[in-house]
Unconditional design. Structure first.
Lengths: 291, 313
């Protein structure tokens, strides 16, 4: 194919490609370095000098991580809070958004104003802590779910989407005697999969990654999600065995176990990530258009 | 008179019927309103403990009023000003370097001719955004350790003789916080810009090419001006977040040696309030900072509006 680019463009494109390859290396290679390190023999890794391939291959760290009951327990908590959180968050926000998508809803203006105020003003960390305490949410699994059940921002994104669905569809269903809830479940939801997936994805990533809720409101180790356990391991530079109180006999170091735990925690995100890419780009632009 | 009240009664009756007709929709909305009231508005009432001598043992209503005592206390505290300086300093450099860097990267990605490479760059560069600060913090600690990746490279290239102790040197903390944050978020921050750029009319570029405009001229005369609204929007939002410096990042990268340089408002409030139980003091600091942030948003909004209406764009 004969190129129809001018010299100026060719030079620009060439520089651009070189720049991008350099940029990709800066993002990807350090991440790969962690993977390589985590598969290296623990005591050997401390000597340094490992770049992108293990020097002495070893799975000891991974065996230890998978055998650790505390890590297993934290994994279950993480999965549960992500699944339950995503399902409830998406349902509640979709319901509210559908109600709010009716322009003639009595009180709609007040509800919207309340939501906007809540986006810009909040009580802050300590008053929120005191509220959670009086609600009995401290050291309670539901502290992960209930306070973030409703998000005004997510609700508005859904509401705008629902508005784009032709009203004639609802009207004809109503004439057939369907009530609003039936219409919502049978007509609106099936047509709204892109926006539902977007909101579910963002909330899922938040739930999987968050450790601050556990850090502030939860002392009970049985309720720690994986990220919180990892935070304690990293910030206190403990080996997982010390943080979780199990005995380790294998050849591992605190660093090697941290690395293995990090990789294990990251893998679920990396696996689902490429499939969902189209949705989060959509989500970002939906949010941007709104404002 | 009689007519008037009759009309009013009829109106009320009509409104009531309307309300009954839409009761199902109301029922759908109320859970959201209730959650909003409980988790967003009730904590606002708790702010008054900033002006009271509150301890965990009593209730908020019973606590004695102390006026602005806590504000006086932290405003005369050297630690507070140190924390303020760290917060503003780190956030300022994040904004100064990270904000234009994301725009530049978006332009470069947008200009990529090879669609496969474009897709690859986007996929890889968005990835760090999805990793939590716990994970990335742990990774940065590993890379920056004395036998880690960065020191390996520096020593193999003979740039340094002895490994640099990055995280235990307070003088290096700001740079680490700024660079690690940009590394994590730069790709993600391009999404809105790239989306806006795809909406630019290609005829503009063709016309510019015919007029002999160079690639750089096209970028600065067409691409950037076309997305100025989205740039202004993200700028206002970033300025509003200047004082909300990243708590997740700080708690992970902080240690007992670098803490003079790493303590920021949020981590300070967390420590004073949650860990030490000094609720009133921590709330006062938090309130001061929120009010300050709100002012920053309003001012920067006003400023960008003025700028984008009257400037050369």
């Amino acid at each position: 194919m004969k190129s129809n680019y001018s010299t100026d463009e060719k030079v620009f494109n060439g520089i651009n490609v070189i720049f991008m390859i350099f940029f990709l290396a800066i993002i990807a290679l350090p991440l790969w370095n962690i993977v390589a390190l985590s598969f290296n023999d623990a005591t050997d890794a401390i000597k340094g000098g490992i770049y992108f391939w293990p020097r002495q291959f070893s799975l000891e760290s991974y065996y230890t991580v998978f055998e650790d009951p505390a890590i297993y327990k934290a994994f279950v908590i993480s999965v549960m809070k992500t699944l339950i959180g995503v399902v409830l968050h998406t349902i509640i926000n979709a319901l509210v958004a559908y109600g709010m998508s009716r322009k003639d809803l009595i009180g709609r203006k007040v509800y919207m104003q309340m939501g906007v105020i809540a986006m810009f003003v909040n009580g802050g960390m300590i008053p929120t802590f005191l509220l959670f305490k009086s609600l009995g949410l401290l050291n309670n699994f539901w502290v992960y779910i209930i306070p973030v059940l409703f998000s005004f921002y997510d609700m508005v994104i859904m509401m705008n989407f629902f508005r784009g669905i032709p009203y004639s569809l609802e009207e004809s269903a109503m004439m057939d005697g369907a009530n609003p809830l039936t219409i919502f479940v049978k007509i609106i939801l099936p047509l709204s999969l892109p926006v539902l997936a977007t909101i579910a994805l963002f909330h899922g990533v938040y739930q999987w990654n968050d450790y601050m809720v556990a850090n502030i409101y939860v002392d009970n180790r049985d309720l720690y999600p994986l990220q919180m356990l990892l935070y304690r391991i990293v910030s206190e530079n403990l080996s997982p065995a010390v943080a979780t109180g199990t005995n380790v006999v294998r050849n591992t170091t605190s660093q090697s176990l941290q690395l293995a735990t990090m990789v294990v925690t990251t893998v679920p995100v990396v696996i689902i990530y490429p499939f969902l890419q189209k949705y989060f780009i959509q989500g970002m632009t939906l949010g941007g258009v709104k404002e | 008179m009689a007519n008037n009240s009759e009309a009013r009664a009829a109106r009320r009756q009509k409104r009531l019927t309307k309300f009954k007709n839409q009761s199902m929709y109301q029922l759908m909305v109320w859970p959201g309103v209730l959650l909003l009231i409980v988790f967003n508005f009730i904590p606002m009432y708790g702010i008054i403990i900033a002006f009271k001598d509150y301890s965990v043992l009593g209730t908020i209503a019973e606590a004695d009023w102390v006026g602005l005592e806590y504000f006086r206390e932290f405003l005369s505290d050297r630690m507070f000003w140190n924390v303020m300086r760290n917060t503003l300093g780190i956030s300022f450099f994040k904004l100064l370097l990270g904000f234009p860097a994301a725009i530049l990267l978006a332009v470069m990605i947008n200009e990529l001719v090879n669609e496969k490479l474009k897709k690859l760059v986007q996929t890889i560069s968005y990835l760090p955004h999805f990793l939590s600060w716990v994970i990335l913090g742990g990774m940065f600690i590993t890379w920056l350790s004395e036998t880690g990746l960065v020191n390996n490279i520096l020593m193999d290239l003979n740039l340094v003789e002895n490994p640099i102790r990055f995280l235990t040197d307070p003088n290096k903390y700001w740079a680490i916080a700024v660079i690690s944050d940009i590394w994590k978020e730069i790709g993600w921050n391009t999404i809105l810009y790239i989306a806006a750029m795809t909406g630019i009319n290609p005829a503009l570029y063709e016309a510019a090419k015919i007029d002999g405009a160079s690639k750089l001229q096209q970028i600065f005369k067409i691409t950037i001006p076309s997305i100025r609204h989205i740039i202004a929007l993200t700028f206002v939002l970033s300025v509003g977040g200047l004082l909300g410096s990243n708590l997740d990042q700080t708690l992970v990268l902080q240690n007992s040696v670098n803490y003079q340089a790493s303590e920021v408002i949020n981590s300070y409030v967390y420590k004073m309030g949650i860990q030490l139980g000094d609720f009133s003091y921590a709330t006062a600091v938090g309130l001061f900072v929120s009010v300050f942030s709100l002012i920053l948003v309003v001012v920067s909004h006003w400023f960008t509006k003025k700028l984008s209406d009257e400037s050369v764009f």
